[in-house]
Design a binder for this molecule. Sequence first.
Ligand code: E4P
Length: 216
Amino acid sequence: MDFYIDTANLEDIKKYNALGVVDGVTTNPSLIAKEGVSLEKRIKEIVEVVNGPISTEVIATDAEGMLEEARKYASWHKNIVVKIPMTVEGMKALKVLSKEGIKVNVTLIFSAGQALIAAKNGAAYVSPFVGRLDDISEDGMALVHEITTIYGNYDFDTKIIVASVRHPRHVVEAAMMGADIATIPSDIMDKLFKHPLTDKGVAAFLADWEKVKNLQ
Ligand code: E4P
């Protein structure tokens, strides 16, 4: 299973990349806005740090506009994956881009039917937003289970990126379901490393070692 980092913060990307847990990066307009930098500048910085797929989202809402942005993003670097929303216009653009060999991550997936349409149209990735479904009292991981089953039934090549991750359990459940990728915000990366019993265990071992370290 691959881990992507779900941020446009360069320091966080460098930090977790150095820890060996960054196979790719996902960004969206909100994450770029948080950083207060231009999209082009930040994406070009990210591709220098991470050697893996970097999702960059279109802003246009019409297929022609999406195609123009997608081709521009793809020209920046070979690892750019263009993120396109799951809309009718998005699917029109996806059909063209997949024929051109530009990889597309279809974002804002909230149903298995949407994931099926995206796969049929040649999406390289789909991003079901599990946390946003949980937020409205639906079951985000149940959606991932449906998509993994459907893609397995028909051998689609489309990869599943579990997105809108809110806690480490989402990542563990995604792995148990065989999702290809989880895209993980920095604070959840931190939580994945930690367990209070690990910290307690280290402290107890050090305290005991203090008692005997000078013995011959
Ligand atoms: C990643 O591809 C998504 O844009 C991101 O995970 C959305 O997360 P959010 O629901 O926390 O905004």
